[in-house]
Structure formats: C-alpha cells, structure tokens
Design a protein. Structure first.
Ligand SMILES: [Zn+2]
Length: 571
C-alpha cells in the first residue's frame, strides 16, 4: 500500500465550468483517485476554488454583490455540481481560506528571508474618484488603432491590438466611469524566479517519465525568448490576501494584496489544512512536508495545458525557493482541449454544454464515460452530438446495459433470483478466463500509467468479452437440452456483473453501485485473477434484476440538445 496525494487544478470562482474544463482536470483526477482507493492505497484527493483577483471582483460587481459573498455563493454552487458529477474530493477548499492566507504570507516571508524577493517601483493608472489603482481591465477608452470606443486597458476587442492603459484615448474607470485618472508610481514585490532557473531546469530534465505535453510546455517557458522572468507577486487591489512578511507587516506594502497566481497554488497545501480543520482527517503535514513523512507520498497533479507553466515553473519556484521541506510534485498529467461541435466552448456566447446543464439532461455517468473515453490526451478532442449519442448508446446500452439486463432476466425466468447451481466449466469458460486475465493486467497497467483513453478502451473490451461469451455459449439455447450447463453459463454471467461493478466504478460510479447492489455484494475487492473473480458469487447467492442502467439517447433528444446548446449569436 502506498500513499497518493492527488490535486486537480483549482477552478476559478467566476461562473460554472464547461465539460472541456471538467475533462481537463477534475474528472481524470477523480478517476485516478477512485482507482487507487479501489486498489487499497491511501489517497488524499484535494481540489478548491480559486477566488482572488480582478475577474472575481468584476463578476461580483456585475452580480451586484460584495465580492466575499459572491465567492461564498459560487463556491457552494461549484461544490454542488462537483457532487453531482460524483467527484470524490476528500476536501473541496477555498483559496480565500484563513489557512491559505496565513500560509501564503508565511511563504512570502520565507522567500524574502532566502533573498528571493525584490521591490520594484512601477507606474500604474490611479483613479482619484475611486481612490484606488486600476488594473488594466478596469480601464476602458477609445482604441488608438481603430477608434473603437470601448477598448480595454490590456486589449481592444474590436481590432485585437494589445494595449497599455496609457495608450487609450479618453480613458475612464469601469468601476465609476470617472475620467480623473492619473499615472502614479507604486511599489510591488517580485519573486526572483530567474535565480532558480538552473534548479528548475535540472528538476524538469529529471522527469523523463512525464508526458511530453507537460515537459515541452515547461521547457518552452523556461528557455524561449527572454526565458524565465521574475514575476510580480503583489497587486494594488482590495480583494485578496493582504501582503505580510510572515506574521509581520511589510513596510511599504500597506493596502496591497498578493497576486492571485502566487496564492492559488499554495491553496493545494492549505486545502489539506482545511481538510483537517473540517474534522475530515488528521495530520496534513505527513502529506506535504518531507520532514514529516511526505517523502513516502507520490504526488500527482492534473490540469489543462494552459495551467502547465504555473505548475512546472512558478509553483515549484515557490516551493524550491522556500527551501523548507515542502513536497514537490512527482507527476504532472496534463490535457489538451476538448472542442465543441466544430468550434470552442464559449462562456460569453453560451456555446457548448456547461456542467450544471449537463446534469440537467443526463445522469453524470453518461458524461463521465464519454468524456473520459475521449479524454484529450495526445491531441485536442472534439465533442459532437452525433458521436456522443452513438458512443454512449453503444457502450452503455448495447454492450454493458444489455449484458446486465439479459443475463439477470434470463436467470430470473429459468432459475429464479439466485445464482444457479450445476454444470462444469469447459473450454468456453477457460477461454473467457484467459482473456480476462490478460485484459485485467492491461487495464491496471493503463490506469497506473494514467493512460485514460487506453484504460477506457480496455474496460470496454472487458464488457465486450462478456457479451461475446453469452453470444457464443447461448444459455437460452443450452437450457433446452442441458439445463445444468446453462446454469454454469448463467453463473459465469452473473459473476461477470459483479466483476464489472468493481472494474467500472472509477469511470461510472453510479452504474457500478446499481450493479453491485443488484448482485447483493459487499466484497468489492479488486480482483487478483479472473478465475477467482468468476467464482466469487456461489450457487444459491441471492440477487435482484437491476433497474435499467441506461436509456438510449433518441434522435429527437439529440436534435433538441444540439440546437439548445449551439449558443446565442453575438450582435
Ligand atoms: Zn482597436
């Protein structure tokens, strides 16, 4: 038994995520956590909401709510949806927690003590009316390039030109509309990541087993252009973690907060403290501190490719720079993007299926199965309603659902709702056992390697093997001439349902539970070998015919959903 720490990239607070976000981090992380638990390992699986920064302030202002209230509400919404998808976090924390505040301040103080923080004086736009410095996105004005009246301080949405706030003609505050803006100097703290470049490069070079997607992005950011740059870790904002040097005030930094990129990943650690403080566990340090036992922990992170630079460079720079026995990640599993029906998911246009909408129309397992079996691992993947309908109808209804329904109903009609006695296993059963032994090994190998699509393909093949066994032995035909032999075939079929309940649970936990409950089994230990698994339910064991696992998606439903989620055209 090993100890596994698993984190999913923490979703930003301002709104409900789409299915592409889900399959890029939380869902495969849950698959892996469920699998490792089923194999008997000790697992701590953490996720949280990322709550600081300008977008949260803007979203709260738009909703007409204080930002702290807005974040608390949206955290609850995201937690509820995560439950809906059966994401088995040990704790779903918040980057705005008291634990993260103290830990972030402690990290900053420690980095300063290590000589890795310097102060930089910058010029920034200040709004006299608002009494605050304005981040780029809080400033709008006329684009000097195309004359568009509502260009943002960082970019013109009309002509896409990258801008500085000082480029804008007639700039105004988006908070108040005030035009009495002026450029003032302000001081910020920078993390001197450049001093850690060699250490980071050696570390990444040592990770030969990481996915190429992960290491290629890390090396690009490390070496391209001007290479790894020092980064500001503070902002002139109200909403965030107040800048302190440990528990002490930081002279010159009054009224400033830490930049969200700095405090968000520290929440991975603080979340373990929240887990303990919520009474769900004890001793978080044995997961996170190498001087307190975390050297024995294997730490795996899951994320979309856009998050790779922060997790391969910025957060490791924080950990390495602190040089204080914090655990570094052991393996980073990154994902490409899932596209939607020939384009991208779009929050602003309502294009694509968002997590709450998905649960409104179909059970979570249907989404889990399709998304995981099409996880964008080696390249971007594409969701289309045609493929979705065809794949889930085939895999979950024609293959798995049909198998379960057919064998349990046949048994009930001929032998009653108990596992029948009699018959002797022969060549067909030996062939089934041999095939399952080889597939069980392959399935475990793919799951251990977090090869999500390959694991899904292997699981599907295991379902198909059961169907082929039933097809070739045809107990409904055997029964007419040799009821004893038919009983043996049915017994194998019923034991396959128990095996499917165990093997399928990481992918489709609800359907797996229905299968396990119908088979009346509590022993769900991972199978050591197929022969034992196929005789686990003895003759005389009672079961019930389960409810239908999955009702097929109709053409009408597909057409309706395709239209409903196509998005609203702008303009
Ligand atoms: Zn423009």
């Amino acid at each position: 038994m090993a100890r596994h720490l698993i984190t999913s990239a923490i979703p930003y607070i301002n709104g409900i995520k789409h299915l592409g976000n889900l399959v890029g981090s939380q869902l495969p992380a849950d698959l892996y956590a469920r699998y490792l638990r089923a194999r008997g390992h000790e697992v701590l699986f953490l996720c949280a909401t990322d709550e600081h920064g300008t977008p949260a302030e803007l979203a709260a202002a738009k909703a007409g709510k204080p930002v702290a209230d807005y974040c608390a509400e949206m955290h609850d919404v995201q937690a509820r949806i995560a439950d809906g998808f059966a994401l088995s976090f040990d704790h779903f924390g918040r980057s705005s927690s008291a634990q993260n505040r103290a830990l972030t301040q402690a990290f900053a103080g420690r980095l300063a003590d290590q000589g890795l923080i310097r102060e930089v004086t910058e010029e920034q736009v200040y709004s006299v009316t608002d009494g605050r410095f304005l981040p780029d996105r809080y400033i709008e004005g006329t684009c000097p390039n195309c004359g568009f009246a509502d260009a943002r301080g960082d970019q013109c949405d009309n002509c896409t030109k990258q801008l500085d706030p000082t480029d804008l003609i007639n700039p105004r505050s988006t908070i108040s509309g005030a035009t009495d803006l002026e450029v003032r100097t302000t001081k910020h703290l920078y993390l001197e990541q450049s001093k850690l470049k060699g250490q980071l490069a050696d570390w990444i070079a040592s990770k030969a087993d990481w996915p190429v997607l992960t290491t290629s992005i890390a090396k690009k950011w490390l070496n391209d252009g001007d290479g790894l740059q020092d980064r500001g870790i503070t902002r002139d904002l109200d909403w965030g973690i107040p800048v302190k040097r440990g528990t002490e005030d930081w002279p010159g930094m009054e009224g400033k907060v830490f930049y969200v990129w700095f405090d968000a990943p520290i929440e991975y650690i603080a979340c373990a403290q929240e887990w303990v403080d919520a009474g769900k566990g004890s001793d978080w340090e044995r997961w996170w501190r190498t001087d307190k036992g975390a050297d024995d922990v294997r730490y795996t992170q899951f994320m979309g490719k856009d998050n790779v630079p922060f997790h391969t460079l910025s957060f490791p720079a924080t950990i390495m720079g602190a040089d204080d026995n914090w655990k570094l990640v052991d393996y980073i599993k990154s994902f490409n993007y899932l596209n939607y029906d020939g384009g991208q998911f779009s929050t602003s246009r309502g294009r694509g299926v968002f997590m709450d909408q998905a649960l409104d129309i179909l059970p979570a397992d249907v989404w889990r199965w399709w998304l995981l079996s099409h996880a964008p691992e080696s390249s971007d993947a594409e969701f289309t309603w045609e493929a979705f309908q065809q794949d889930v109808n085939k895999d979950l209804a024609d293959v798995l659902g049909n198998f379960v329904s057919r064998i349990t109903k046949f048994c009930r009609s001929k032998f009653g709702e108990t596992v029948p006695e009699g018959g002797i296993a022969g060549d067909a059963e030996a062939a089934l056992t041999a095939e399952l032994d080889s597939r069980l090994a392959a399935y475990a190998q793919h799951m251990d390697a977090i090869e999500v699509r390959k694991a899904a393909a292997e699981l599907r093949a295991i379902w198909v093997a059961g169907n082929e066994y039933l097809q070739s032995t045809a107990p409904w035909t055997t029964f007419k001439t040799d009821p004893e032999q038919a009983a043996c075939q049915v017994r194998h079929g019923l034991n396959l349902i128990r095996l499917y309940a165990i093997l399928s649970a990481p992918f489709i936990p609800d359907m797996a539970r229905i299968m396990a409950e119908a088979m009346n089994v509590t022993d769900l230990d991972w199978p050591e070998d197929a022969a034992a698994a196929l005789t686990a339910l003895p003759a005389g064991h009672a079961f019930v015919v389960p409810e239908n696992l999955f009702t097929k998606i109709t053409d009408d439903q597909r057409a309706d959903w395709s239209e409903r989620f196509a998005g609203i055209r702008e303009g």
